[in-house]
Design a protein. Sequence first.
Length: 157
Amino acid sequence: MKKSKNKTFAQTKTFRVATYNVENYLDDTASRCCVKSAASKTKVRECIRALRPDVLALQEMGGVAALLELRAALQTEGLDFPYWEHVTGSDADVHVAILSRFPFSARRPHTDDSFELGGQQWHRHLACVFLNNHSHGNSQARCLCHYLQGCIGSARC
């Protein structure tokens, strides 16, 4: 029987976390005009593969379909993230997501938190996941992905 190369989080002493603003990694149903081309999506995946993260936070991610497309493409290219979280915010197209090699012990999404700062209305959405490592004194890692969107004179605000 072949042993798996993938360690569980409980067996891991260190792990690599990366964050990446994928700048409108959208699917074809998005209402924006700036959907990434296939060549641009390939470049994004090349960068992610070069980082080889264990946990990856993504800003300006499209909908769930776009995230699953990215995840499947990375898997066929040798980088598997079996666990994921997608948080939808106030923007119709741009969201946040987290991909992980390790399972989440808890999820705490924050959607469309709004506040005023300097006379301007701001919206944010936040993905927060927890990873537990019981073999190292019950330690816990919290991974956050945050996207802040300001509104200036927009009807949406």
